[in-house]
Design a protein around this ligand. Sequence first.
Ligand code: 3NM
Ligand code: MG
Length: 519
Amino acid sequence: MPRPSVDYSLYLVTDSGLLPKNRSLAEQVERAIRGGVTVVQLREKKLSTAEFIKRGREIHEITRKYNVPLIINDRVDVALAVDAEGLHVGWDDCDVKTARELLGPDKIIGVSITNLDELSRLHGADCDYLGVGPIYATNTKPDHDPPLGISGLRDLLQRKNFEGLPSKIPIVVIGGVNTGNLQWIKWAASGEERMSIQGPAVVSAIISSEDPEDLCLSFRKLLTAPPAFAFSQHEFKLDDAAEVYTNISSILKNVHEHKSMIHHITNDVVKNFSANVCLAAGGSPIMSENIEETADLARINGAFVLNMGTASPDAHPLFFEAIRSNNQFGNPVVFDPVGAGASKLRRSTTAVILGAGYIDVIKGNEGEIRTVAGETVEMRGVDSVDTILDDEGESSKTKALLVSTVAQRHKNIVVMTGVTDWVSDGKSVIAISGGHMLQGVVTGTGCSLGTVIATMIANNRNCKFLSVIVAIIVYNYAAMRAAEGVEGPGSWAVAFIDWLFRLSGQSGMDALFRKPEFK
Ligand code: 3NM
Ligand code: MG
């Protein structure tokens, strides 16, 4: 007989050590259920067997009242004694086969999964759902495995070559999940055919809440509402010149009509240059690093540029807050992982930023993009490194593969700059040439491409890929034209801003692209 289907959309895991003052676990659980919790797992690591059973019976009385299944963590004996609806096991606990034999066919069995290897080891297991995590580092489980992050989660969910599990086995994601990142995690992981996320499994956010009912109501709303940053994208054919022309025209028109505010958190070296580039490209820059105002700025921003060039670990909460607020208002976020592979700090900052929320565009040189992709690359300062093969054919293939892989993993757009710039939305890859060698001797020219990209996508949210392409073309063309007849890098930088100003307006269209003949 099949087990009754369970709603795993808001899964509460208990931890009595995290309760607010003067609040019993029973009361906290009941309030959370009233707010919309659909499954409760009783997780007690310190109680004696007798105490665990006693608490299990107490909590079961409440969950029964609301018809919510109770799952016992680790202990088959306690699950049996309490007659709970299910058991959750990790890899140090009773194996699934034995647990099934002991519990019988009607009980729910859940398993913790931390990596691909564990997933493979589940082959043929008669279990009902998977708890996948930790997604983020969490204090609730001090000995936890390395966090998967969003890209690790996506890798796991995309795994096609394992069999022996029910198809579409429900998944709950655990580890640092809260109201700030839930929509992002769920959205990032959606669209995978093999497995799908049903909802979050939450410990501290709910258990430590003063008002768990209200908090769970917020969780429920976030579970059903479409995320603000996920705009449906206007489809266009890159090989249809007339259509591309029309789209580009409207992109540039939007930029100039809106003069969107582009919030920058960027490095000290390039602030002034980037602000001028932003103005020239048709945006309105604001350079602010004050955590107190990130949310207010997000309310009026058109887009947000995050450049970690001179970031200290103290800035991590600022980055987190700024990404979160901009996601909330749907403002595109452009991330420049400056020198990502150069130090341990930069690698951890990159991980913090990529895990904080949705990043629409990652823009970096080859070394930086490779670091984002997970390879440790030796970098000389923050210069571009060109280490991929010298054979142009192979090199192109490798680069195309790199940008499309990273874009797919992060479900976004990736720009890899170099003599040729590579850009991918995870489906198509485009190589764009142009630019000028003088860019290499003027500081801020890499960073300010991020600014131009942000300016172009700020108000073209349903056409992000093409906006990024346009930004790169305009940028490279301005760089090239600026080099005509200048004395050197100093005058080039000035001429570059002039050309950018001239090109990025609607009137710049005809200088850039020959209008195709319309029949
Ligand atoms: N299991 P919070 S992470 C109980 O990865 C547990 O299997 C994890 O707590 C796993 O919601 C975790 O407070 C703790 O971050 C999650
Ligand atoms: Mg366990």
